[in-house]
Every structure is written in structure tokens, then in C-alpha cells.
Design a protein around this ligand. Sequence first.
Ligand SMILES: Cc1cc2nc3c(=O)[nH]c(=O)nc-3n(C[C@H](O)[C@H](O)[C@H](O)COP(=O)(O)OP(=O)(O)OC[C@H]3O[C@@H](n4cnc5c(N)ncnc54)[C@H](O)[C@@H]3O)c2cc1C
Length: 468
Amino acid sequence: MTPTITVNAEEAAGVVALRDLLDGEVVTPGDPDWDQARRAWNLAADQHPAAVVYAESSDDVVAVVGYARDNALHVATQRTGHFANTIASFENTILVKTSRMRGLEIDPEARIARAEAGVLSEEVGRAAAEHGLAGLAGSSPDVGVVGYTLGGGLGWLARRYGLAANSVVAVELVTADGRRVRADRDTEPDLFWAVRGGGGSFGIVTAIEFRLYPVSEVYAGILFFPFERASEILNAWRRWVDDTPVELTSAGRLMQFPPVPQVPEPLRGRSFVIVEAAYIGSEAEGAALLRPLRELGPVLDTFATIPVEELRHLHMDPTEPVAGVGDGMALTDLTPETVNALVAVAGPCSGSPLVSVELHQLGGAVAEESPDHGAVGAIHAGFALFAVGMAIDPETTSFVEARVEALKAALAPWVADRGYFNFSGTPVDGESLYPPETYRGLQWVKAAYDPGELFRASHPIRPAARPA
Ligand SMILES: Cc1cc2nc3c(=O)[nH]c(=O)nc-3n(C[C@H](O)[C@H](O)[C@H](O)COP(=O)(O)OP(=O)(O)OC[C@H]3O[C@@H](n4cnc5c(N)ncnc54)[C@H](O)[C@@H]3O)c2cc1C
């Protein structure tokens, strides 16, 4: 569902005064560049905030928060708007865009990166690679590293090194009372726990520090098979992952490439069942692991040893803004019955409009418990699913949404008891995304730091006071 909010003209006039308080730019409805300013990476999101602020610094963030508080407004934060479909409302809301806060430092000795809120995932990847290091990036090169990490961060090195949120060592943020806070395991530990997987409900993050890992090359690629072999290949992939080491993270996927110029010629307009994987290890070991799938006779095989930062292209995510709608769920397992149910709704002969239905292998470090982890904790589900289609016009959008819902209904018997934040593509409350005791803990932190719900975030956490 695409949120559409009508802006209130008086409200827009009021926020103009904000310009005097900031170094950054303030754009309001009526300004010539308003449509550009309110645009999100996901073009399906028709965002109508009261104003857009391009923050230049944490000082600007403090000023916006203070202004919003004094004027009974809310504040939402975005870097790119990849997740814009998950914001339920922009009513009375100033949208802070962090795209001008681009500082990035790498400490190769400590293996720590410090990224300001506007840094993109691929920027970290490139900078870390200069030192033979890698962050825990996801599939998309141009997501904001902060948004990705606050929601958990499931990437190609996840089964070996875990979720990105659990590698965060410090978070700098501005809280609802306008304080600048550096939260780490010793300072404001509850807040530090909550932001690592609890999303943007607790403040505006101005910078984040996280661990890097000594990975410079991976054996990675894609095996493409004819779409008609969807059931056979997904079942074979499912059996295969049982025996893969944690150094290997993979995804099984139904892919119907749209007939658009952005898709390279050999793939454009064609459909496949594919297996993507990244292995931290030698080419010989990787090739040996891959042998059972190669024996199935892929029509295209792109596996090779590549620099780790090139993983940003592995999943073939769009690198330009697109209009998409989709949703995800975590699955306890992927049995032959699950595959049948999935293929019946999204496979060949189903008339599916979905561009991608992907199943990400979990397990390994993703499922490991640790007292050092943040709120994202450990995910015990077997697989994380995400299904997406293009939102070209209202009719196509409704068709895609209906098919995503049909897919979720068909897979309901295998749904895990919690979802995965970053793959939940609609504006659901955070409650469905955590074990109950974790959600209660998040509510207590929210009540302590933002009891009036100044911040509007993806998958919001509702404040609830800790029992006396
Ligand atoms: C094509 C594509 C591929 C993806 N691949 C993966 C993947 O492989 N693994 C994975 O885990 N996720 C993946 N995601 C999900 C992605 O991680 C989330 O959409 C993430 O929120 C994107 O962050 P962003 O800042 O770019 O998005 P935005 O829409 O700009 O921000 C998303 C939310 O993050 C919060 N936020 C952002 N910046 C701040 C800040 N400075 N302070 C406080 N809160 C903030 C806000 O609540 C905001 O609503 C993918 C999404 C897309 C569209």
C-alpha cells in the first residue's frame, strides 16, 4: 500500500521559519524543487511531508529536532528512501534527509569504520577494500548504511559474521529531547541495544561505528537455470544448503527480468530459477562445494573469484530509483511442500507478475545467540523470503500486491514466529518482528527516549513504560 498524505498549507508555511536555524537546505511545498526533494528511491512512495530538510551536520539535526518538538511536529529520517513504503504517515512531519552527511573513516588497525548517516553501503565497501577489509553489506549497493544496519542487515557474509547490527560498536544519535548521545556498550547501554535492530524509532542517527572483517576476495556468482525447472532447482538448492559451511551464504530465487533497457540484453525480458552464493574461501574449495548444483546443468554460470566489494552486483539489484512493491516473511523451513506452494503462486504457469521471489539462507552466525547482540538478536528461522514486483501504474500495483499476499497466504504454514525487519516491505508495527520479550524491551527504551513519539520510523516501536 502506498501512503498518500495531503499536506496542510498552514503547516507548510510554519516550517519555513526553520530555514533560519539551519546550515542545511529546507524545501517546502511550493518550492520549485519540492517534487525532487520529497521523492524517495522507491518511486512508488508518494511522500508528502510538511518539509524536507537536507541536514549538513549533527547541529542541523539538533535544530530540526528542537524545532519539531517546540511546534508539535514529528520527524522522519531517510538516506535514500529504499524503505519509503514502510512509513505509514508523514502527517505533520519534517523529513530529514541525511544525504549530505558523508564523512567516512576507516581505522584499518582496529578494523572499525565510522560512517556518517549519509554514507552508502557501496562507499563503505570500496573504502574498506583498500585495506583488505569488508563490512557486512547487503545486496543493494546504494542503500544507506545506517538504515540497512538499524534494521538488522542481512548480507553475503552473514552466515560467517552475522547480521550487520550485531557488529556495531557505537551509535551517535540525537534523541527526542535534543541531546547528542554516543551510545555504546558502556554508555546508554539500553539505547545501544535498541538501535541495533530496532530501527529508527529512538533518535536520528548521525554516525555509526562498526566492525570490519579481513575478507578481500570471495568465490561468488550465479547459476541460471530455465524457469520451467523452478521446483527441481529450488528443491535441489534446499537439499544442498544443509551441507554448506558457514563461510557460504546463498539464495535461491525466481527471477523474471522486466523488458527494460536497464537489464542487460541476454537477460532482458527472460525468466530463470537461479542460485546465488558467496563463499569466503579458495576457488578450489568453492568449486567443490558448488559441484552438485553445477551437475544440474545451468544455462549460465558466473562463478569466479572476485574482490569482495564486487558482491554489490551479485544480486543484480537496481542501482537507479525504481517503483516497486513487495513484502517478505521468515520461514521456519523450506520443505518440498513449501516449494510446491511457492511455485504454484510465483513459478512458471502461475501468471506471476513478481520480478523476484528470493529465499535467503539463514543459519550460521545469524542464528547464534550472544549477550553482546543488539535487539535484532539471533534469527532462528531457516530462510528469509522477499517478493517484489514493479509498481508501474495503479492496476499493476494492485496486481502485484495481490500476488504477494497470495504468496504469503500460501506459505503461511511455514511462517516463523517473527519476521525480518528489513524484508518487511509494508508499514507494519515493530511488534510482529521480534520475540515478545524483545519487543517489550524495545517499548521500554522507546518510552524512556521518545515517549511522545516525535520520531516517525519504519516499523515503529510503540512506547510502553517499564513496570515499576
Ligand atoms: C533493492 C533492495 C535491496 C535490499 N537488500 C537488502 C539486503 O540484502 N539485506 C537487508 O538486510 N536489507 C535489504 N534491503 C532493505 C534495506 O536494508 C532497507 O530498505 C533499509 O532501510 C534501507 O536503508 P536506507 O537508509 O537506504 O532507506 P531509507 O528508506 O532512507 O531509510 C529506511 C528507514 O531507516 C531509518 N533510518 C534511515 N536513516 C536513519 C537515521 N540516520 N537515523 C534514524 N533512522 C534512520 C528510518 O526509519 C527510515 O524510514 C534492500 C532493499 C532494497 C530496496
